[in-house]
Each structure stands twice: as C-alpha cells, then as structure tokens.
Design a protein around this ligand. Structure first.
Ligand SMILES: [Mg+2]
Length: 248
C-alpha cells in the first residue's frame, strides 16, 4: 500500500514554491525591506509557524487564512511565539486587509499545481506491481489527485487507487483493516496514522524521507506509538528495501 504525496510525487516542492511566492507577495504588500532577506530562511520561519498552527488546529489542512493572518502579525507587527498563535487564533477575517485575500487565493491556486515525480520511483512501483497487490491511498481534493494520477499513468502500477477526502484517512483504514488484513508493506512519508495502521495489520512499515520535514516525527501533530520497520532517505534505498522482501 502506498501513499501518494511526498512518497511518489514531490508535493513538498509545490508547497515550498507556493509558500515562497506567498512570502514575496506579502513582503511587497507590507513594504518590507527585502534586500537583506534570505528567502530560504524566511521559508523555514513560515514552516515553523505553519507547524504550530497544524498543532493548534489538529490538522495540516486548516484554513490557511490563519497562516496569512499569523504571517501578517509576525512580519508587520513583530508578534512571536505563543502570543502569535494566540492572537491568530482569536483573529477574524477583518484582521487582514481586504486586498490580501488575493494572496490567499493565489496561494491555494499554487498549491494545486501538479508535483513532479521522484526520480526512479516508477521503477520501484513497476517492481512491486509484478509481485504484489498494489493499493494507492491518497487523501485530498479528488480533482487535484486525479490530475496527478492521470498525468503519471499511475493506474498502470496499481490494482486499486482510492482518493479519500481530507481528514478521512482514519476511517478509510478501518475499512481497509477488514478488506486487506494481509497487506505486506506500506510505504508513506507521514508517520501519524500510517504507522499505527501498518502495525495493526502486521505489515512492514517503510517511512520515506525524501523531503524536508520539520521535527520529523510529530509534524502532523501526532506521535506514533512505535517506530517504522524501515526508514529510507532515497528512492535507491527504497528499491533495496522492497526488493529484500518482495523477492519471488
Ligand atoms: Mg504523504
């Protein structure tokens, strides 16, 4: 069983791109002097704020108007730390100028861009497809995910592809536990939910870390109860791992 985002496609690069553009627009909107600004460092700053908001709202799919509001308070008013999260939480639509709603709209539009495949990942999928039942589970907008699936012809590599609505993974896993009690291996990038599910059905769990993540384990707000069986940092390593236990 496979996850799509950040496991097969580099969704992180789409996010980094959208977040960088959001920062640039925001800086020019609030008239911030940007000559000495290193955008990569500001991107990290944005991600730290985003990470805190994920924890605050209990989901990575919170309403990003709060991210924009937080960035405003941070860059325009210099509010930091816990106070930043507190004022952001209490803020309403009026806390940000009308004009900036276009920034938010652009941000969402940029997030919907089709991410590139990780180099060599299709070879891994091809290898697995010959040897085991291949199931792809992706959480998010049906329209966006289906574009990705079509573009990379993913049905060629999977017996079954399921796109489920945001926040629906836990429920999905309940059904999968009954239908597929014998999944051999599950490959994913976010530890929360996936690893517990893998352990419940006694599948080998493979945590791919092709992308940059903050604080590793608890980026999605939940700590896994156990460690994955394998942690891989490249597609090459992933191929080695799947080869080691899907040999005929
Ligand atoms: Mg993912």
């Amino acid at each position: 069983m496979w996850d799509l985002d950040n496991t097969i496609v580099d969704t992180n690069s789409v996010w980094a791109n959208a977040q960088t553009k959001l920062l640039s627009s925001l800086f020019s909107y609030i008239g911030l002097e940007t000559s000495g600004v290193k955008i990569d460092e500001e991107l990290l700053q944005l991600r730290r704020i985003d990470y805190k908001l994920c924890q605050e709202f209990g989901t990575p799919h919170y309403d990003f108007k709060y991210l924009l509001i937080a960035l405003f308070y941070f860059y325009r008013d210099g509010i930091k730390g816990d106070e930043l999260i507190e004022v952001t939480r209490k803020a309403d639509q009026d806390s940000i100028p009308e004009f900036t709603k276009i920034l938010l709209k652009d941000f969402y539009k940029n997030l919907d861009k089709i991410p590139p495949l990780f180099d060599g990942i299709l070879d891994v999928l091809k290898f697995c497809n010959k040897r085991s039942y291949q199931l792809l589970i992706s959480e998010g907008s049906k329209e966006v995910k289906e574009k990705i699936i079509k573009k990379y012809e993913l049905p060629k590599y999977f017996n079954e592809i399921r796109v489920i609505p945001k926040g629906g993974k836990e429920n999905e896993f309940k059904g999968l536990r009954k239908r597929y009690p014998n999944l051999d291996i599950i490959v994913f990038d976010d530890l929360s939910k996936n690893i517990d599910f893998g352990n419940q059905i006694h599948a080998k769990t493979v945590w791919v870390r092709f992308c940059y993540t903050i604080n590793g384990y608890d980026i999605f707000g939940e700590k896994p109860k156990t460690r994955p069986d394998y942690t891989v940092f490249s597609v090459k390593e992933l191929m080695r791992v799947v080869k080691s236990f899907l040999k005929l």
